[in-house]
Design a protein around this ligand. Structure first.
Ligand code: GRF
Length: 189
């Protein structure tokens, strides 16, 4: 059984997708903990309902990113992988050094196009005909680490941004659990 930590800041639809995908112990993945930087985020309630332990971290109260990351590291159980699923922060050197090649991120565009916080809208506004979803290793840059998995999503004529967001999220909910399973099969974790 591989133990994973999920880091998320908001709604948590990807947390829910991972939880559903790995509810069957035969999939070999146990969600050990949710790390969240917003006490009132919907993902916190989702984790509590699912019985997943929650570590809340208040970056402001910690005083610095380094202090916040040391706090997170001190609270994490033994884990094989950290999955950033809508965690809206750039990781600092402490977490990266503590988990080398063991941190992956989900990004709602086809990297290296449209990195950053607004990848879906940026692709839509640019007018690309194909965007998509990327799972990648996390490094010190913004959405710049080695790509693990990608899935294209077509933008059809007349499609609204809302419709595109729905389509992107639907793809995310399948691609992310599958990428975790692939990493296990490959022996990467
Ligand atoms: C996802 O679109 C993910 O790609 C991005 O943040 C969003 C999180 O959504 N990094 P949710 O909280 O999992 O619903």
């Amino acid at each position: 059984m591989k133990n994973i930590a999920i880091f998320a800041s908001g709604t948590g639809s990807n947390f829910a997708a991972l939880q559903a995908a790995f509810a069957d112990p035969a999939r070999g993945v146990h969600i050990s903990v949710l790390v969240c930087d917003h006490a009132h985020a919907a993902v916190v309630a989702k984790a509590r309902t699912a019985g997943v332990p929650v570590v809340l971290v208040n970056y402001k109260q910690c005083g610095s990113k380094a202090a916040a990351e040391q706090y997170i590291i001190s609270k994490l159980p033994t884990i094989d992988l950290i999955v950033l699923a809508g965690f809206m922060r750039i990781l600092g050197p402490d977490l990266l050094a503590a988990y080398p090649r063991k941190i992956i991120n989900l990004h709602p565009a086809l990297l290296p196009s449209f990195p950053g916080r607004t990848g879906i809208a940026d692709a839509y506004e640019y007018g690309v005909k194909v965007t998509g979803v990327t799972v990648h290793y996390v490094d010190a840059g913004v959405d710049s680490g080695e790509i693990i998995a990608q899935e294209p999503v077509r933008i059809t004529a007349g499609e609204s941004l809302d419709e595109l967001e729905t389509a992107i999220h639907a793809v995310e909910h399948v691609l992310l659990p599958n990428a975790v399973t692939e990493l296990i099969k490959e022996g990467a974790i």
